[in-house]
Design a protein around this ligand. Structure first.
Ligand code: NAD
Length: 360
């Protein structure tokens, strides 16, 4: 029989409430109702804002009066930390020291030294400490990973992963460096984690540049180029002043190209069927002639739908519970989180010095 787990949320803001809805059976991204996660109950929460304490009351949660009170409750098995980034470290260490298992929102913290302190605390407490790298369950990512793993485009030499918006940085702590604001720590940590999960190679070189269109203090966008050991170049870009989005994924292999346009998984794969007809009739452009850029004719290529991979984000919590029970190995491993953290540090260094940084 499975054990029943109680989870308490520290920081019941936007994301804390997302977890509450996920666990208790809310709406998923396309507004379909999903079933609650079995064997897991959200028992209470603590937030420094009275308005969120009231929200907790209205939604049947125990609103603990302090972090101490929450940590002292023996019925709490798992603490979820969903506060702004700068306070993760203190809350996670205190929860581990209180003998709780901990789920921490991303970015786990602001530096690799701080993360090491948190890992040390988890080892000492012998408790599960896991970071919510939920975008490993993104279907667009898993679909591109399948294309890569199954060599569907031949040797892949370039992957472009972009996330574009046009609203600047939301008007709260995300704009402030002291709270761990900026897009590298916000979206970067997700798409960098995806890159390192996809390509099983060392990252040799890192080059980064930041944008400051709407915010001087933190990066409101970035472009990062990672060069892996095989020479594969992986471009990552986050923009918050992009009124026209580029595709979410653009993948180039020797035998074809794949595009995933958006989170709706629209897109396609175009692959070569006949290399012999490589020579093209030149085309005329406004002020010249080109043979190189003449579009391919249909008799040499084939278009396929994307090989969509489905996933269920509730598996994150199922894995956390099974790991606590000693039945499974944790999926989001701390050495992987540390590698991403160090990569973000290399990105900050590259953006500051305008130099390519050697990584691994
Ligand atoms: P938010 O501002 O909506 O919520 C944060 C909440 O924490 C607020 O209600 C605030 O009052 C509370 N808080 C602040 N300091 C606290 C403290 N010391 N103790 C208790 N409560 C405290 O922010 P958010 O968008 O929900 O982001 C929270 C965390 O979740 C961040 O780390 C963010 O990066 C992460 N996040 C993750 C995802 C994801 O997809 N994994 C998405 C959004 C946000």
């Amino acid at each position: 029989m499975n054990k029943e787990f109680n989870l308490a949320i520290v920081g019941l803001g936007g994301m804390g409430n997302w977890h509450r809805e996920l666990i208790t059976g809310g709406a998923n991204w396309n507004n379909d109702k999903i079933d609650p996660i079995e064997h897991l109950t959200v028992c209470g929460s603590y937030d420094i804002r009275e308005e969120r304490q009231q929200f907790a009351r209205e939604h049947g949660l125990t609103p603990y009066n302090s972090l101490e009170e929450l940590l002292a409750d023996p019925k709490v098995d798992i603490v979820l930390c969903a506060t702004p980034n700068d306070v993760h470290k203190e809350i996670v260490i205190r929860a581990l020291e209180a003998g709780k298992n901990v789920v921490c929102e991303k970015p786990v913290t602001l530096s690799s030294n701080d993360l090491q302190d948190m890992i040390d605390a988890a080892e000492k407490a012998k408790k599960v400490f896991v970071v919510h790298q939920n975008r490993r369950w993104d279907e667009d990512f898993l679909t591109v990973k399948k294309i890569y793993d199954e060599h569907m485009l031949g040797d892949i030499f370039r992957i472009e992963s972009r996330v574009h918006g046009s609203r600047g940085i939301p008007g709260d702590w995300r704009q402030e460096p002291e709270h761990g604001g900026g897009m590298v720590l916000d979206w970067g940590v997700h798409i960098l984690d995806q890159a390192l999960m996809m390509i099983p190679e060392k990252v040799k070189k890192v080059y980064a540049s930041f944008t400051h269109v709407t915010n001087e203090l933190v990066d409101d966008g970035f472009t990062v180029e990672l060069t892996f050991e095989s020479g594969l170049v992986y471009l990552l870009e986050v923009g918050t002043s992009n009124f026209i989005n580029l595709p979410r994924w653009y993948v180039l292999g020797q035998n074809g190209t794949a595009v995933v346009k958006d989170w709706d998984l629209s897109g396609e794969i175009v692959r070569i069927t006949d290399w012999s007809k490589n020579d093209a009739v030149p085309i005329r452009t406004a002020a010249g002639l080109t043979k190189t850029m003449a579009p391919r004719t249909e008799d040499t290529i084939h278009t396929d739908p994307l090989p969509i991979v489905h996933a269920d984000i509730r598996d994150f919590y199922k894995n956390v519970m099974a790991t606590i029970e000693g039945k499974e190995e944790i999926i989001v491993k701390l050495p992987q989180v540390m590698r991403v953290m160090k990569l973000m540090e290399a990105i900050f260094e590259s953006a500051k010095t305008h130099q390519v940084v050697d990584f691994e």
